[in-house]
Design a protein around this ligand. Structure first.
Ligand code: SF4
Ligand code: SF4
Length: 98
């Protein structure tokens, strides 16, 4: 089956404001992420909104911890439960239509 490329979570200020990645246990102890949040300089890897931007470029995330996207208003708004991947976008990449 061909992949449907139409779906994309918009990368905008409203969605960035709702994203709960900054408090997620997967990345809260990452030194790499702390630097990115401090600098807020990287548009391609802003340490949040991975469902839109794709995988994290940081190599020190702790995937033994639980993804908290399920508590996020963006996740609810765009029904990301029905997308692939549906969680751990920082690891598996942006949300796509199945
Ligand atoms: S669904 Fe996850 S990656 Fe997407 S905005 Fe919410 S917390 Fe961030
Ligand atoms: S995508 Fe999920 S696992 Fe990754 S930082 Fe955001 S909430 Fe945590």
């Amino acid at each position: 089956m061909e992949e449907n490329e139409d779906f994309q979570v918009p990368f905008n200020a409203e969605n960035a404001g709702g994203c709960v990645c900054p408090t997620c246990p997967v990345q809260i102890r990452s030194e790499c992420v702390k630097q990115k949040i401090k600098l807020e300089s990287s548009e391609t890897d802003p340490a949040k909104l991975y469902c839109s931007a794709g995988v994290s470029l940081c190599g020190d995330l702790d995937f033994s911890q639980s993804c908290i996207c399920g508590t996020c208003p963006v996740w609810q708004k765009y029904s990301l439960v029905s997308k692939s991947p549906s969680l751990y976008f920082c690891r598996h990449g942006k949300a796509k239509q199945i």
